[in-house]
Design a protein around this ligand. Structure first.
Ligand SMILES: *Cc1c(COP(=O)(O)O)cnc(C)c1O
Length: 396
């Protein structure tokens, strides 16, 4: 496949990793909008299906634009192999369902993206997979749950929306001793701030919809893992069930990745400044940001992440009414359930992304009615702060 030297540094890989030029020598990655491919002969088609020659067959199994995206993501992550999918949820679903069977056991951290939570709580038990949630930050709960053999551990760190941190190395050790593979949803950290494979993860999943596109244009996902697992477990599932990504979306994601480091770096600096600013404001009862001194897991966050990320969560006084008042006053910050965008976006998790998990589960996760999740964008940070201040002034 690609001949690009994977030992280049990350910023270089983000721009040039995985490029496969056609005979035209195009500068930008070519967009191959084709469902199928033709062969020189019936013999070549036969040899392709026997895996004796490398030739694209059908875009559900593989496509040249998609494979450039996969090669680039694998290089950045330091993974042996990658498969891109149509959405982040298709990636999570494929990673889990390709590996699991009836009678298996899954242990997951409770603080998961809403749809990941649904797969574990509702979908898997339908197929006879036993599932159990633990508080991800509590190693004693992981040890207790994994005292019984298990097949898979799923976790997210930092978590959505409360930015809880899970100790990746410690949980991976406990999971491996129980016989489980460890699947990490690394969306909030991005491929740049946290390297789960170096800390013991077996599989890493992304919603590329978030920072990798980063500009609110397309959905996409990715699963990364060892070559053998991807070839023998994941690829047959993708090939035969079809969660494949459009070449057009893969092409946009390739262009998005080129500026990922610039955007994430600027977003982290702005988010840290916004978190410090919010902590000083009246009308706020609490701020969560992984690298702030008042985050209960600051030391762990700083040990396993190179920066705190682009998300800030805060709780306003006055519950839902207070939160809605503040959000409705924003002029620059947009109300949206999306995140990781160049535009600053505010979410009220209790009534949107985390409505369906119910009040009891929300209480366990600390998602109160006053909690607002802010995805800090690329606007001038002073304008973001002014917008927040104008909203919060209404609570005084
Ligand atoms: C958005 C998101 C997903 C799902 O990705 P989609 O592209 O929306 O399907 C999964 N996990 C996390 C942490 C997310 O933020």
């Amino acid at each position: 496949m690609t001949t690009f030297d994977p030992r280049y540094r990350t910023a270089t890989l983000l721009v040039q990793g995985g490029v496969e030029r056609s005979h035209h020598g195009e500068t930008a990655e070519a967009l191959y909008l084709t469902s199928g491919f033709v062969y020189d002969s019936a013999e070549q088609a036969e040899a392709t299906f026997k895996n004796e020659v490398q030739h694209f067959q059908y875009s559900r199994f593989g496509n040249p634009t998609v494979s450039m995206l996969e090669a680039r993501l694998a290089m950045i992550e330091g993974a042996e192999a990658c498969r891109a999918t149509a959405t982040g949820m298709a990636a999570v679903h494929a990673a889990m369902l390709s590996h699991l069977k009836t009678g298996d056991r899954v242990v997951a951290s409770r603080a998961l993206f809403g749809s990941c939570h649904w797969i574990v709580s509702t979908l898997l038990p339908r197929y006879g997979v036993k599932t159990e949630f633990v508080d991800g930050g509590d190693l004693a709960q992981w040890r207790a749950a994994l005292a019984t053999p298990a097949d898979m551990v799923l976790l997210e760190t930092p978590s959505n929306p409360m930015l809880d941190i899970v100790d990746l190395k410690a949980v991976a050790d406990i999971a491996h001793a129980a016989g489980a593979i460890v699947v990490v949803d690394n969306v909030f950290a991005t491929p740049l701030l946290q390297k789960p494979f170096e800390l013991g993860a077996d599989v890493v999943v992304y919603s590329c919809t978030k920072h990798i596109d980063g500009q609110g244009r397309v959905l996409g996902g990715a699963v990364l893992g060892r070559q053998k697992w991807v070839d023998e477990v994941l690829q047959p599932f993708i090939r035969n069930t079809g969660p494949s990504i459009s070449a057009f979306n893969a092409w946009l994601l390739l262009k998005g990745i080129e500026t990922l480091a610039l955007r994430v770096d600027a977003g982290c600096r702005a988010a840290a400044a916004v978190a410090d600013f919010l902590a000083e404001q009246k009308g706020i009862s609490r701020v969560w940001y992984p690298t702030r001194a008042d985050h209960p897991q600051q030391a762990l966050a700083m040990a396993q992440m190179s920066a705190g990320g682009t998300m800030v969560t805060f709780e306003v006084k006055g519950g839902k009414e207070g939160a809605f008042k503040v959000m409705n006053a924003f002029r620059l910050i947009k109300v949206s359930n999306n995140l990781g965008d160049s535009k600053s976006l505010a979410t009220h998790p209790a009534t949107t992304t985390h409505m369906r998990i119910g009040a009891e589960e929300r209480a366990k996760l600390g998602i109160t009615d006053g909690v607002i999740r802010l995805s800090v964008g690329l606007e001038d940070v002073r304008d973001i702060q002014d917008d927040l201040a104008a909203g919060l002034a209404l609570l005084a």
